[in-house]
Write a protein that binds this ligand. Structure first.
Ligand code: SME
Length: 164
């Protein structure tokens, strides 16, 4: 399995540190997107979506860094975001324009990775990242984003009780 880059190892340490000190999930979300956007230049849009506690069929936009998106609420039946949460699996799309599920956020976006976040064994949300570079997300990126999602999921279990 390919090793994480030194930058990613250092970013994961920072994200673990943020999870240890964050006063709320909102504060952690903000810290994570800021840290990632500042240090991984091919991650051009980084954000969180959460399943609406009042409507488990809909994702709601959380903290993000990048161009504003029209997709502030996404039904779980739609988009690459919906596909990841419905399947409970990471989705990597090398060419978004060749994927009929893709919901456009920016004409510059070429590739995307979406990783579900689990708490108490259930998917509660996801991390969505877009790149202006085609096929930007390798196995290494998948490992990095999946570890970030685990850290955020563990924070929810430890600090937010049964609700978020
Ligand atoms: N591209 C996503 C929609 C979210 S925006 O990229 C921020 C999708 O296809 O679900």
């Amino acid at each position: 399995m390919p090793a994480l880059t030194l930058e990613m190892i250092s970013l994961l340490s920072r994200i673990r540190e943020l999870a240890a000190i964050a006063s709320s999930l909102k504060a952690l979300e903000r810290g994570v997107v800021e840290a990632i956007a500042a240090r991984l230049s091919h991650y051009n849009w980084t954000g969180f979506y959460w399943l609406d506690p009042g409507d488990a069929e809909t994702l709601v936009l959380g903290a993000f860094i990048g161009e504003p998106t029209p997709h502030v609420r996404i039904p779980v039946t739609r988009g690459i975001c919906g596909a990841a949460v419905a399947s409970g699996e990471t989705v990597v799309v090398d060419d978004v324009h060749a994927d009929p599920r893709y919901l456009s956020c920016s004409i510059k976006t070429k590739s995307e990775i979406v990783v579900p976040i689990r708490a108490h064994g259930k998917v509660v949300g996801e991390i969505d990242i877009d790149s202006h570079t085609p096929a930007a997300f390798t196995e290494i990126d998948r490992r990095f984003v999946e570890e970030t999602a685990r850290i955020v999921g563990a924070f929810i279990v430890e600090r937010c009780g049964r609700t978020i």
